[in-house]
Design a protein around this ligand. Structure first.
Ligand SMILES: Cc1cc2nc3c(=O)[nH]c(=O)nc-3n(C[C@H](O)[C@H](O)[C@H](O)COP(=O)(O)OP(=O)(O)OC[C@H]3O[C@@H](n4cnc5c(N)ncnc54)[C@H](O)[C@@H]3O)c2cc1C
Length: 429
């Protein structure tokens, strides 16, 4: 008699004719778990609302974690004061990551915050779990049931079948306005590509020999053709003391169709490899032994965004126009990647701040849908500033409060004075 390894039996199964849709119900359904959606979900939960947070990726964190952005921009104002303009999720995040040395504050014309994306990813997962936010991952929005400006439910396709979410309020934090698009509402796209990038984190660097930004950019400009580089400038974000850096040196298209998007993803990686070759040969002291630790998921800047009640304009950015229904503010420059070789960069004075109104988050004619993050409405230049992660988080925070104030009513009709009181720390302090 042979020795039994296990008592485990197996059974034979076949797919039923109609696989049932898994159904969830919540006060708020947030689509997109990048910095904007996370901020919205966490704040809605803090307000006592039940939350379902859905993302097409199999992980939380959106681009912030998975595209290796590596640097929070637009959270602080310009120097010399470096006022904190957005609080909310950043306060506990910076406090916790600060204890383990996993963030670093960099002062130049403004203050940016470098972070370790692995540590941040786990911090986000722990936070979401501790708040009992219902997470659905690997789930792409498939269809939306809506009528007379009100969304009732959204269905998502996952590798395990369909998931339906019925909610009182919805946040479109998908970056590509996917929820708004599937609801059949008007969206905007740029007439020509706004370039994305393939970010990489390099390790094995010698930070003490790092080239200055101007030197790196000048060398790329001079040698781009020789190395087959499309983009003729470059940014290296070293994490102090770790001999690693996130490199932002490619320009890759960010299509909205599946097959071209996959092609662009592979093209991005090829460009990134050429960048590594360039760095190793041109800056051997700093990059001679460089290894790619991680290739990020495709970095997408401005792809498709909502057509809202108000389109933020570059003039409103330049003049710092103050809106009665402001939900976010930043001092970040215009940073428009509308050409393959580089980008438009316009900085502002030390006391400059510009704002995003709630109306730029509200798809025209809708009552319970609020966008947040890089898919809110602006002209191409205005959006290129307010899409950085500081204001994206503030918009998520604002979206949660707007939907909370609306309850079962219309978010178009909430009291802006009450909203402003609630968002004081992010727009008035
Ligand atoms: C290369 C690059 C460098 C950048 N550098 C900086 C920087 O240094 N500092 C800075 O602050 N900002 C930077 N930005 C801008 C910033 O990273 C993004 O604009 C910001 O992260 C957007 O956050 P979000 O939450 O709006 O969207 P995202 O982070 O894009 O999250 C959207 C989420 O929605 C999900 N989603 C999309 N479609 C669907 C769907 N159909 N169904 C379900 N889920 C869906 C996605 O999977 C994703 O996780 C950079 C951007 C890029 C591309």
């Amino acid at each position: 008699m042979p020795h039994e390894l296990t008592e485990l039996k197996i059974k034979t199964v076949t797919k039923a004719a109609h696989t049932p849709t898994e159904r969830l119900t919540a006060d708020i359904c947030v689509v997109g778990a990048g910095i904007a959606g996370l901020s919205a979900a966490v704040e809605a939960s803090a307000l006592g609302r039940s939350v379902v947070l859905v993302d097409a990726l199999p992980v939380l964190g959106g681009q912030c974690v998975n595209s290796l952005i590596g640097l929070f921009c637009g959270v602080y104002g310009n120097g010399p004061e470096y006022r904190q303009l957005t609080h909310g999720i950043f306060d506990p995040m910076f406090a916790d990551l600060g204890k383990t040395g996993d963030i670093h504050f960099n002062k130049s014309h403004t203050m940016t915050v470098s972070y370790d994306e692995v540590v941040l990813g786990r911090w986000i997962e722990n936070l979401v779990q501790s708040l009992n936010i219902q997470v659905v991952l690997g789930a792409s929005v498939l269809e939306v049931e809506a009528g007379e400006g009100t969304l009732r439910s959204a269905t998502f396709a996952t590798r395990h079948g369909l998931v339906g979410v019925t909610a009182t309020g919805f946040v479109d934090a998908s970056g590509d306005a996917s929820l708004t698009w599937e609801a059949g509402l008007a969206c905007r796209v740029p007439e020509r590509t706004i370039w994305g990038s393939q970010q990489i984190r390099l390790e094995n660097l010698r930070e003490e020999f790092r080239p200055e930004h101007a030197e790196l950019s000048a060398r790329v400009h001079e040698k781009a053709d020789e190395y087959g580089l499309l983009r003729r400038d470059g940014l290296a974000f070293f994490f102090p003391g770790r001999n690693t850096a996130v490199m932002n040196m490619t320009h890759v298209e960010a299509p909205l169709e599946a097959v071209p998007a996959a092609r662009a993803q592979l093209e991005g990686r090829r460009q990134a490899d050429r960048v590594v070759e360039f760095l190793r040969r041109e800056f051997p002291k700093a990059f001679g032994e460089a290894k790619v630790r991680t290739y990020g998921f495709p970095g997408r800047r401005q792809t498709r965004w909502i057509a809202a009640e108000h389109q933020l304009t570059v003039d409103e950015v330049r003049t710092g126009h103050r809106f009665g229904d402001a939900v976010a503010r930043t001092a970040w420059p215009i940073e428009l990647h509308d050409r393959p070789e580089g980008y438009v960069w316009e900085t502002y004075d030390s006391d400059h701040v510009h704002y995003v109104p709630l109306r730029s988050l509200l798809p025209i004619g809708t009552h319970n849908l609020v966008a947040a993050g890089r898919c809110v409405d602006g002209d191409a230049a205005a959006l290129s500033s307010v899409r950085v992660m500081g204001p994206c988080a503030a918009m998520g925070f604002g979206a949660a409060h707007a939907l909370d104030l609306a309850g079962t009513g219309s978010v178009q009709e909430i009291d802006h004075t009450e909203l402003r009181t609630r968002l004081h720390a992010n727009v008035d302090s």
